[in-house]
Design a protein around this ligand. Structure first.
Ligand SMILES: [Zn+2]
Length: 112
C-alpha cells in the first residue's frame, strides 16, 4: 500500500523534527497533498493512525490540505484550477502546463 510507506516516512520526518524540541509533544501535523500526487488523503490518515497508535505520536492529528490541480496557459498566462481534466485554457483555448497539484509536503508541526 502506497500510503503506508508515505505515512512511515512522514512519521520519521516528524520525529526528526521533534527531536529539536525535547519535552514537547506533537499535537498537529499539517500536510499538503496535491490531487496529482496519487495519494488518497483518507488512506494516508488511516495509515498514519495505525503507525502512531500507542506511540509518543498517538495523540497527534494529521491535518491534510488537498491542493487541486492547477494549470497555466502558455499564451495568456492565465492560472486556473482544473475541473474534470479540462486542460485547455478557458479563455483562449491554448494548451497549458501544470503549475500545482503534484505536491506532497509537510507544512507545519504544532507542538505543545
Ligand atoms: Zn489562455
Amino acid at each position: 500500500m502506497h500510503e503506508l510507506s508515505i505515512a512511515q516516512s512522514l512519521v520519521e520526518s516528524v520525529r526528526t523534527e521533534a527531536t529539536a524540541h525535547p519535552g514537547a509533544r506533537v499535537v498537529r501535523i499539517g500536510l499538503r497533498v496535491g490531487d496529482l500526487s496519487g495519494v488518497e488523503p483518507d488512506a494516508l490518515k488511516f495509515s498514519f493512525d495505525v503507525i502512531v497508535r500507542g506511540t509518543d505520536l498517538g495523540q497527534a492529528t494529521l491535518d491534510v490540505e488537498r491542493v487541486p490541480l492547477r494549470q497555466r496557459c502558455e499564451r495568456c498566462a492565465r492560472d486556473f484550477p482544473v475541473v474534470e481534466y479540462a486542460l485547455l485554457c478557458p479563455d483562449c483555448g491554448a494548451p497549458t502546463r501544470t503549475v500545482g497539484g503534484d505536491e506532497l509536503q509537510m507544512t507545519y508541526l504544532e507542538l505543545e
